[in-house]
Design a protein around this ligand. Sequence first.
Ligand code: PLP
Length: 400
Amino acid sequence: MEKHNPADKIQDLQYFGEFGGVNPSISDSSTYTFLSAKTMFDTFEGNTDGCYLYSRHSSPSNLYLGQALAALENTEAANVTASGMGAITSVLLQLCQSGDEIVSSRTVYGGTYAFMKNFLVKLNIKTHFVDTTDLDKVENAITSKTKVLYCESLSNPLLEVSDIEGLSKIAKRHGLKLVIDNTFSPMVISPSILGADVTVHSLTKFINGSSDTVGGVICGSQDFIDQLRSVNDGAVMLLGPTMDSLRAASIMKNMRTLHIRMKKHSENTMFLAKAFEKDGLKVIYPGLESHPHHELIKKIHNPEYGFGGMMALDAGTLEKANELMELMQTENLGYLAVSLGFYKTLFSAPGTSTSSEIPIEEQKEMGLSEGLIRFSIGLDDNIERTYMKMKDCMKKLGIL
Ligand code: PLP
């Protein structure tokens, strides 16, 4: 496998502001002037490099952030969007037409699941939800109408690891596009190196890392990004999930510490996962030997970034999970909140929050138990102290 250090590629990018500033100037305009009408026409047609027409089409700030994200994901190009859902919905609507089918992992983010199950059917696009960790099941679900294979590199919330290389082989054999949502594992996993055609992210999470904005990105070939931006039939151009330039500039500045943050998130999560497993709790973390896909992730991750900052543990019942989360918040160990990738630990019970769109029966079938708490572990300097305090909360509630 090609050696790829995402941080090196981002480090190698160089930008200056128009007055020599060390940060690029922010383009605070929705429209741009031209000296000649001919250049305006050519720009509209996409034939003039370095010219801007209108900020839904493109803006300097969004292009800079797109470049950094393409470097992160080792793709030719990238297009930033106003949210992760803006990225996912645009990709699927670009790749599928009425009558087409998608084979998707059954454990995907609830919004993605709802879009496929309830929204795309209105356009006569059907999704087969399967256990994508079983490659035979994936192959069996493919029909002559299938256009897309879709999954998350680390699934939400069960942290299953996708065999991206295996899925890519299947996709190539059947002429499908493999789309991977890498929101849970930037730096840790590089889907394009493993054979993904398109990588999407919710930038709202680790990449921005400060829980102050929503954002998304689509990373892929130049050809695919150009298709998305076509003024005639491009999903990004015509649906309009455009990121604001001020936000693009602030996300790019936050991205400069992503490699340091990911190492610390992973280090802290590994510490807590090991400690709570040793205490006898059921812990789900791909860095643990007990995780069913531990050997797979060891093979595919970028080892310097560990196994990621997400873990789940089972508090037994929903009542216990809720009590524990409320107590941990009172003790200032984190926040009872959805989302992930913040400096502070965030926790929620996915069955009644981020995965509540998935019917209870299906939740049970996929192993999403009601007492499961999903943790996005923060950047705590002294994780041993955090562990002791969390353990006290668990003892107080009889969970330990
Ligand atoms: N993908 C994953 C794995 C997510 O967890 C989320 C949001 O929680 C999304 C996509 C959607 O992103 P956004 O909320 O930025 O639209």
